[in-house]
Design a protein around this ligand. Structure first.
Ligand SMILES: Nc1nc2c(ncn2[C@@H]2O[C@H](COP(=O)(O)OP(=O)(O)O)[C@@H](O)[C@H]2O)c(=O)[nH]1
Ligand SMILES: [Mg+2]
Length: 306
């Protein structure tokens, strides 16, 4: 069977997709700190917002959050009267909403579900990037996270799960605060890469590649030296979050960056990826990032069964 391979359209900058970044709950507010574009912090905790440097901060009381996110999906159609214009209007002029959160608590779990519903009603493509709790956290937390993930998968256009348990493989015995710092940087990577490469006209293709597999995981690879392509691809495909057979991936979104991206390198990356995931529809892009110096970077989102 021939591989399905499409490239992001490389449209002029004025066709660049209009995105909005949300940090939801304590983890979400941490993740968006220092992001290079304007962001909205949303939480039921005033302390989260007080710490945040987001351009816009939205406090939603916990009772209200529980009330509206438990609403019947049909009621969601009447969103303006239920949700109020403040939340709805945040999605104006927005083709893609990136929603960053940790699941298992209240604000992130319910707030992300709510914002995903609003995005859907507003015709915005909603991409959720969610950290899920360590096994060592309470059973209750893990149950809340798993229910929230299930709900979000059915509402959002794409949901990328970053299981915290896999953090240990990024570096043994690193303190939790540093582990979160590392993870937060990795979670922002797909947001930065998609914002750089995607045009408005790419959205239908993006959604086609995802298809019904709204569940996704992420792998990141860096490479330097003579074998930088092999190294970057190997590191990306052996991501701790790819704990399923790569051949099961139904969709792949690959973004290659280098200070001076090279068509020949892109072609080699793609053929390597296609070799290991023959049934995945592949959407790819490349862009120049001078901060990489002599390294290349590969960001890989794989869609699979939840
Ligand atoms: N990636 C990341 N995950 C976090 C961070 N803080 C907490 N978490 C995870 O996110 C889950 C939800 O926690 P939290 O965001 O505090 O809950 P909420 O504020 O009630 O939504 C926790 O169970 C942790 O596993 C953080 O700064 N970064
Ligand atoms: Mg909290």
């Amino acid at each position: 069977m021939p591989n399905y391979r499409v490239r992001f359209s490389q449209s002029p900058d004025d066709q660049r997709v209009r995105t909005k970044l949300f940090g939801i709950g304590s983890a979400g507010c941490n993740i968006i700190e220092g992001a290079p574009f304007p962001a909205v912090a949303l939480s039921s905790s005033a302390a989260d917002l007080a710490r945040s440097h987001a351009e816009r901060k939205v406090l939603v009381g916990q009772d209200r959050l529980i009330g509206i996110s438990d609403a019947d999906p049909d009621l969601m159609r009447k969103l303006p009267s239920i949700v109020g214009h403040e939340l709805l209007d945040m999605f104006n002029n927005t083709e893609i909403a990136f929603m960053m959160c940790g699941l298992g608590g209240t604000s992130g779990s319910l707030g992300t579900k709510l914002l995903s519903s609003i995005a859907r009603v507003k015709g915005t493509t909603g991409i959720v990037l969610a950290a899920t709790p360590f096994s060592a956290e309470s059973i209750r937390r893990r149950e809340v996270a798993s229910k929230a993930l299930h709900d979000i998968l059915s509402i959002s256009s794409l949901c990328v799960e970053f299981d915290n348990d896999k953090l240990s493989s990024l570096g043994a015995n690193i303190p939790l605060s540093r582990a979160f710092g590392l993870l937060n940087g990795i979670m922002m990577r797909p947001v930065l890469d998609l914002s750089e490469t995607m045009s408005r006209g790419d959205i239908p293709t993006f959604r086609q590649v995802i298809g019904d597999s709204t569940y996704s995981r992420f792998g990141l690879g860096l490479g330097r030296g003579d074998e930088r392509v092999q190294r970057a691809v190997l590191e990306a495909v052996t991501s701790p979050w790819f704990d399923f057979p790569l051949a099961n991936a139904t969709g792949a979104i690959a973004i290659y960056s280098a200070s001076d991206p090279w068509e020949k390198e892109a072609a080699e990356i793609l053929s390597r990826l296609e070799g290991s995931m023959p049934s995945a529809k592949l959407l790819w892009g490349a862009y120049s990032d001078s901060s990489l110096g002599d390294r290349i970077r590969l960001s890989l989102l794989l869609c699979t069964e939840a």
